[in-house]
Design a protein around this ligand. Sequence first.
Ligand SMILES: Cc1cc2nc3c(=O)[nH]c(=O)nc-3n(C[C@H](O)[C@H](O)[C@H](O)COP(=O)(O)O)c2cc1C
Length: 185
Amino acid sequence: MIRETIVTTVDLAGAVHIAPLGLIGEGDGWIIAPFKPSKTLDNLREVPHAVASHVDDVRIFAGCLTGRRDWPVVATGGPVPRLAAALSHWELDVESVVDDEQRPRFRMRCARVAAHAPASGYNRAEAAVIELAILSSRLAMLPREKVRRETEYLAIAVEKTAGPRESEAWNWLMQKVRAFYGGEP
Ligand SMILES: Cc1cc2nc3c(=O)[nH]c(=O)nc-3n(C[C@H](O)[C@H](O)[C@H](O)COP(=O)(O)O)c2cc1C
C-alpha cells in the first residue's frame, strides 16, 4: 500500500523542503524511499523527522514538479511544519535507515496524527492529475507512445470532472510534457 503525500522536512538551519513522495506501508509504520540525489534524503539525515500532509489540492503535487514549490506551511509544535492546505497530517520520526546506492529506505514511526478539515469524497480529475504528475516525472524513461496513450486517457476524467484547481494543475503538467517533446506527446 502506497499513500501519495506531500512530505515536509527541514535542514539544520530550519529551511523547509516540500516534495511529493509515496509513503510505503510496512507493518505499523511507513517507509520514505527517496531516490538519490534528494534534498528530502539530505534533510532526513540532518533532522530525522518529517511530516506527511494529506491534501485534496492537487496543484501542490503538480506545482512541486513544475517549479512551484512555495506552498504555505504552518507550525505543528514538532520540529517540522505541515502544509497549511493539509486536511490531515502525520508527524513521523525516523526509526531506522536501510542505506542503498540508489534508494535508501527510512522507516518512520508515526508519533502524532491530526485532522484539520473534512475530506470531501473522490474526484477522478484529482486522481488523473496525480497519475500525470508521476508520468511527467518519468518522461526520459518512458516511450513517447505510452505517454501519448496515457495522457489521452487521463484527459477524459479531467474534461468530465475537474474543477478549477484540477484544471490548473493539469495544465501546468501538460505544459511540462509539451516542453519535453516540443509539442503534443
Ligand atoms: C505522487 C508522487 C510520488 C512520488 N514518490 C517518490 C518517491 O517515493 N521517491 C522519490 O524519490 N521521488 C518520488 N517522487 C518524485 C519526487 O517528488 C521528486 O523527485 C522530488 O523532487 C524529490 O526530490 P527532492 O527530495 O530533492 O525534492 C514522487 C512524485 C510524485 C508526483
